[in-house]
Write a protein that binds this ligand. Structure first.
Ligand SMILES: Nc1ncnc2c1ncn2[C@@H]1O[C@H](COP(=O)(O)OP(=O)(O)OP(=O)(O)O)[C@@H](O)[C@H]1O
Ligand SMILES: [Mg+2]
Length: 631
C-alpha cells in the first residue's frame, strides 16, 4: 500500500481551490449590494420627478421609508461581506501555513545560499492581509461598473461618453504611475532585504563584531544601504503625492463637468432636472470602484505577486515520492552505492562516486582533510541533502521509500555546527515532540552519558537553553546534541565531529555511547578530525577531494594510511593534516576493503597497536597541556 504523495505544490493548489467556494458567496453579496447602491440616485430622481411635482408628503414618506430599509439592508450586506472575507483569509492561511513553514525550514537545503531570496511565510502574510482587507471587494465590484455606465448612457449618450472618458483617463493615469514607480519600488525592496540580512548577521555574530571592533565598519556598510532605502522611500512618496494631486483634480473637474453637461442638456430640453442630479450621483458611484481599485492597487498587485512567487517556489520544491506504508523499520544495513552529491544552490558535485556498505552493529569513522566532503556525505545519508546520482539504501529499501516520519524515527543526527532551539534541555533532547515521555528523554540522556551533567544544572531537564542554546557551553551543547541524536532509539546515528568541543570526560562518554549503540545493533557514523573520536569505530572510510580514498576495517585502513601509527613511540599524524599524512598513491576509487597491496604487513595486529597509538596520542596531548601552559 502506498501513501498519497502530497507536496507543497499540490497543497497550495488545494488551498486556492478551497477559497473559491466562499468567494462565490461573497460575489453574490456584492451583486445584491451593487444593485442596492442605486437606491440613492433612484430615490433622488423619484423625489424630483414625482414628489416635488405632485407635492405629495405621503409619497415622500413612503419613499423615504423604503430607501431607509434598503440602506440598512445594504449596510448589513457590507458588514457580512467584510466578515466573510476575513474568514476566507484565515481559512487560506490555516490550510497552507504549516506546509509553508515546512518549506521554509527546508529552504537552505534546496537553495543553499539563495535561500534568503525566498520568504514564503511573508508572502502568505501579504496574501492573508489582502484577503482580510477591503482590497478583494474592489475587484468583486468591478464587474458591476458597466451597469452604472450603461444607466448613464441610457439617460443620455453624452453623459455616458463623458463619464467613460473621465474613468479611462483616471485608469491611464494610475497605470502610468505604477509603471513609473515600479523600478523604484523593486530597488527599495532589494535594499531593504540586504540591510535586514546584514543586521541579522551582525546580531548573530555580535561576539566577533564586539571583540574585533567591527561595529563602525559594519555600521558604515549598513548605513549606506539604509540611506539608499530612505531615498527610495522619499522618491516613492514624492511620486505618490504628485499622482494623488493630479487624480484628485481630475476627479473634481469631472464631477463639475458632468453637472455642467447635465445642466446644458436640461436647458436643451433633453434631460429632466432630476435625471441631471441623479447622473451626478451615479457618476460618483461609477467612479468609486475605479477609485478603490486604484487606491488598493499596490496591495492587490503585492498580493498577486506574492501568490505568483509562492506558486513558483512550491513548483521548484521536490515533489513527494510515493512512500510505502507499513515499511518495516530498518534493522540490518546501510548501503551507499556510487553516490554523487551536489550541495544545494551549487553547480558542481562535491562528493563523487562514493560506495560502501555497513551492517547493524558497525561504527564507521569517516576521516579526511577539511573540505574533503565528509559533512556533505553525511548530510545526504540523513536525507537532508538530495543525492544527485547513486543510491542510499536502508536494508533493501531506498531512503525515499520511507515516509519522513519513519526516517526521522530511524535517524539521529548531530550536525557539525550544533545549534539547539530556544526551549528547555528536555524539549531539545525530545526533538520538541509533544508526546515524548520523561522516561524516553532520560533514557536518551543516559545513553549519551549526559544525565548527570543535566542534573547538575539548576533546573535539570527544565533548564532553558536560550536562543540557539546560547546559555550553554560549547561542550554542553554538543553533549545535549548527542542525546537528541540518540533519542527514540534510531537505527542510524550520524555524528559530525561529535568531539570537537569535548573534554576527555566528554570523549569517554561519547565512546561509551557509541559502544552501547553498537551492542544494541545500531549503526553509528562518526565524522572525525581527531583520532580519539574514531576509537569506538570498527570501520573507516577515508575521503579525499570528495572521493573515497579507502574503505575497510579500521586497522587495515589506518595502517595503510598512516604506517607510522603502527610504531608505538612515534606520534601519529592526524587525519586532517595533508602535509603530515600524504595521500597514498592509490587514492583512486573505492576499496571495498583495503587492497592487499596497500595493507601493512600484519595489519590485523596493527589494530590493537593503532588503537593504543591513538589513545596514547590523545592522552599525551591532554597530559601536556598544563606543562605547556606553565611553560
Ligand atoms: N552549500 C554549499 N554550497 C557549495 N559548496 C559547498 C557547500 N557546502 C560545502 N561545500 C563545499 O563542499 C566541499 C566539502 O565540504 P564539507 O563541508 O563536506 O567538508 P568537510 O570534509 O566536512 O570539511 P570539514 O572537515 O572542514 O568539516 C567544500 O569544498 C565546500 O566548500
Ligand atoms: Mg565537515
Amino acid at each position: 500500500m502506498t501513501a498519497r504523495p502530497t507536496s507543497p505544490d499540490s497543497e497550495l493548489k488545494a488551498a486556492i481551490k478551497a477559497v473559491h467556494r466562499p468567494l462565490w458567496g461573497v460575489s453574490a453579496i456584492s451583486c445584491v449590494g451593487n444593485v442596492l447602491m442605486l437606491t440613492g440616485p433612484v430615490f433622488m430622481m423619484l423625489v424630483y420627478n414625482k414628489v416635488l411635482s405632485g407635492k405629495s408628503v405621503s409619497t415622500l414618506l413612503a419613499l423615504s421609508l423604503l430607501a431607509l430599509l434598503l440602506y440598512v439592508f445594504y449596510g448589513f450586506l457590507e458588514g457580512l461581506r467584510g466578515k466573510l472575507m476575513a474568514r476566507v483569509g484565515i481559512a487560506f492561511d490555516h490550510r497552507i501555513a504549516p506546509v509553508l513553514f515546512g518549506a521554509t525550514l527546508r529552504l537552505p537545503l534546496h537553495f543553499g545560499p539563495h535561500a534568503r531570496e525566498h520568504d514564503p511565510l511573508q508572502d502568505l502574510a501579504a496574501i492573508r492581509n489582502y484577503l482580510m482587507g477591503p482590497g478583494p471587494a474592489t475587484l468583486l465590484d468591478l464587474p458591476w461598473v458597466p451597469l452604472y455606465y450603461s444607466i448613464l448612457f441610457l439617460m443620455h449618450p453624452l453623459l455616458g461618453l463623458a463619464a467613460a472618458g473621465g474613468a479611462l483617463f483616471l485608469v491611464i493615469l494610475s497605470v502610468v504611475n505604477q509603471r513609473m514607480t515600479a523600478d523604484t519600488a523593486k530597488a527599495a525592496t532589494r535594499v531593504h532585504v540586504a540591510t535586514a540580512t546584514l543586521l541579522q548577521d551582525a546580531r548573530r555574530n555580535a561576539e566577533a563584531a564586539a571583540a574585533m571592533s567591527m561595529g563602525d565598519d559594519l555600521c558604515k556598510r549598513w548605513g549606506a544601504g539604509y540611506k539608499t532605502s530612505i531615498v527610495h522611500a522619499r522618491d516613492l512618496a514624492d511620486q505618490a503625492s504628485v499622482f494623488g494631486a493630479i487624480s484628485k483634480t481630475a476627479r473634481l473637474t469631472l464631477q463639475s463637468a458632468m453637472l455642467a453637461l447635465g445642466a446644458f442638456l436640461v436647458i436643451e430640453g433633453e434631460l429632466s432636472a432630476g435625471a441631471m442630479l441623479s447622473s451626478s450621483i451615479i457618476l460618483a458611484r461609477a467612479l468609486a470602484p475605479i477609485d478603490q481599485i486604484i487606491g488598493h492597487w499596490r496591495g492587490t498587485s503585492s498580493a498577486f505577486a506574492a501568490l505568483k512567487r509562492l506558486r513558483a517556489l512550491t513548483a521548484r520544491l521536490p515533489k513527494a515520492t510515493e512512500q510505502q506504508h507499513g515499511m518495516p523499520k530498518p534493522h540490518k544495513s546501510l548501503s551507499v552505492r556510487d553516490v554523487v552529491i551536489v550541495p544545494p544552490g551549487a553547480a558542481a558535485p562535491t562528493v563523487t562516486g562514493v560506495s560502501f556498505e555497513i551492517e547493524a552493529g558497525d561504527a564507521l569513522g569517516i576521516i579526511g582533510p577539511s573540505g574533503s566532503g565528509k559533512s556533505t556525505l553525511v548530510r545526504a545519508l540523513v536525507g537532508a541533502w538530495p543525492v544527485a546520482r547513486g543510491e542510499v539504501r536502508f536494508d533493501a529499501a531506498l531512503l525515499s521509500h520511507y515516509s519522513p516520519e519513519a526516517l526521522a524515527a530511524s535517524i539521529g543526527h548531530l550536525p557539525q555546527s550544533i545549534e539547539l532551539f530556544d526551549g528547555t534541555v528536555g524539549e531539545n533532547i525530545a526533538r520538541f515532540r509533544k508526546d515524548a515521555t520523561t522516561e524516553e528523554i532520560v533514557e536518551a540522556a543516559r545513553l549519551a552519558g549526559v544525565h548527570e551533567m543535566i542534573l547538575s544544572f539548576p533546573k535539570g531537564y527544565d533548564t532553558p537553553v536560550g536562543e540557539g542554546g546560547a546559555i550553554l557551553s560549547g561542550g554542553q551543547r554538543q553533549r545535549i546534541g548527542l542525546a537528541r541524536a540518540v533519542f527514540g532509539n534510531p537505527f542510524l546515528v550520524v555524528l559530525d565531529e561529535p568531539n570537537s568541543n569535548l573534554d576527555p570526560l566528554g570523549e569517554q562518554s561519547l565512546n561509551e555511547a557509541i559502544q552501547r549503540l553498537r551492542q544494541a545493533g545500531k549503526i553509528v557514523i562518526i565524522v572525525a578530525h581527531r583520532p580519539s573520536a574514531i576509537f569506538a569505530a570498527n570501520k573507516i572510510l577515508s575521503l579525499r577531494s570528495g572521493r573515497a580514498e579507502m574503505f575497510g576495517a579500521k586497522a587495515q585502513v589506518l595502517t595503510a594510511l598512516f604506517p607510522r601509527m603502527g610504531q608505538p613511540h612515534k606520534p601519529a599524524p592526524v587525519a586532517n593534516d595533508p602535509a603530515a599524512a600524504p595521500a597514498p598513491a592509490m587514492a583512486q576509487g573505492v576499496a571495498p576493503a583495503a587492497p592487499a597491496s596497500v595493507m601493512a604487513p600484519g595489519a590485523g595486529q596493527a589494530l590493537e597497536r593503532t588503537q593504543r597509538g591513538v589513545v596514547s596520542l590523545d592522552a599525551t596531548r591532554v597530559r601536556r597541556a598544563p606543562d605547556q601552559a606553565a611553560g
